[in-house]
Design a protein around this ligand. Structure first.
Ligand code: PLP
Length: 372
């Protein structure tokens, strides 16, 4: 989770008093709340290589994945299978299974590094995370999207761990559908809404399985029947989460004028430095779970250790906030906008002390918390 940006507290406080408190329901128009899903979609678009009208911000990543998986089934009515990356993030796996069952499709799990056109011959969609949440493995969006298209399938990408971290080119790669998370490298705050991308050429045919009133062409006509809004606007099902959208709006200010290629180059240098220092100071105490080759690694480095959980807790107590992922992974994110080289030196020094002094064995660090 990214930290709050400098402006976040002030903007949220001003929202509570100057907008919500002052205008009540009038804020939807006076303060532009109703425009936030569309406007923030337009702000995220340049970060993912999309047109402004191809992105909207609403709901959670899980809910958007649900909507776009259903939409993919509608767009490929004759296809009998959903093909999905094996060992993907749990919500992606669960939702692929759930939507496949709801739509009478089979699920085929594949290794994204091995998948061929033949594996997708009967597929409605190929569903894959761009950067693997545990290993940090970065997949080739352009090549896999082309493979899906060669088989007549749609490519549905989850870019939760790449947006704001790795430059993306949805339009350039021909991506059909995508979802992403805004509380990781985009710093939108806990529970900040997700975004959904739909390529322009699908806008006319896209059907949302959640036909809510705020995705209606004229919500305030209070018409008896549903008629979808144009394009991605129909994905907004119900009332947007305004406070979270305002925090995200503030967070996106930090990306204004940022050269994402330069930021990515710094993140790679931070990750490479981290791996070099870990090898130097900790020898072979940890295994390297992430690819050492930065070309196929996102902005994270994951280390393996049988006691990963208490080690992560001991590091957090020292202010080095990584996370633990089952079964034995310590995960470190290198967000180039605010992580400095000195932080990498300090983090490895802290890790060396935690290991050298057996500090991680203190009983409190072994207590499992609800969120790891
Ligand atoms: C973080 C993450 C999500 C988050 O889903 P939510 O619905 O926002 O909880 C989804 N997919 C991947 C790959 C993630 O890393």
């Amino acid at each position: 989770m990214g930290p709050p940006t400098v402006g976040a507290a002030g903007r949220l406080s001003e929202f509570a008093t100057g907008q919500w408190g002052a205008h009540l329901i009038g804020g939807w128009t006076a303060d532009g709340w109703i425009e936030l899903p569309r406007r923030l979609g337009g702000r995220i678009a340049p970060l993912v290589g999309a047109h402004a009208d191809e992105v909207t911000v609403c709901d959670s990543t899980s809910v958007n994945l649900f909507k776009l998986l259903h939409a993919a089934c509608d767009l490929r009515p004759d296809r009998t299978v959903i093909v999905a990356a094996a060992d993907d993030f749990p919500t992606d796996r669960y939702l692929v299974d759930a939507v496949a069952a709801q739509r009478g499709r089979a699920v085929r799990r594949i290794d994204p590094l091995q998948v061929a056109v033949a594996d997708l011959a009967d597929a409605a969609a190929l569903v894959c995370s761009h950067v693997h949440f545990r290993t940090g493995r970065l997949h080739d969006m352009r090549a896999l999207t082309a493979t899906a298209h060669a088989a007549g399938a749609l490519a549905l990408w989850d870019v939760a761990h790449s947006v704001g971290a790795v430059p993306l080119e949805f339009d350039g790669c021909g991506v059909d559908l995508a979802v992403g998370c805004t509380y990781k490298f985009l710093n939108g705050g806990p529970g900040a809404p997700s975004f959904a991308y739909v390529a322009r050429y699908l806008h006319g045919d896209l059907a949302s399985p959640i036909a809510g009133w705020l995705g209606h062409a004229e919500p305030f006509a209070f018409a008896p029947a549903y008629r979808p809004a144009p394009g991605v606007a129909r994905l907004v099902a119900g009332t947007p989460d305004v406070a979270s959208l305002i925090a995200l709006d503030t967070a996106l200010d930090a990306f204004d004028g940022v050269d994402l290629a330069a930021a990515r180059a710094k993140a790679i240098a931070l990750g490479d430095l981290f791996m070099t220092l870990v090898a130097e100071h900790l020898g072979d105490a940890f295994s390297l779970v992430s690819p050492s080759d930065a070309a196929v690694r996102g902005n994270q480095v994951s280390l393996g250790h049988p006691d990963a959980y208490p080690i992560v807790q001991a590091l957090i107590a020292r202010g080095v906030v990584g996370d633990f992922r089952e079964p034995d992974v310590l995960r470190f994110g290198f967000a180039p906008l605010y992580v400095r080289y000195v932080d990498v030196f300090d983090a490895v020094a802290a890790l060396a002390e935690v290991m050298g002094t057996d500090e991680w064995r203190e009983p409190g660090f072994g207590i499992r918390r609800p969120v790891t």
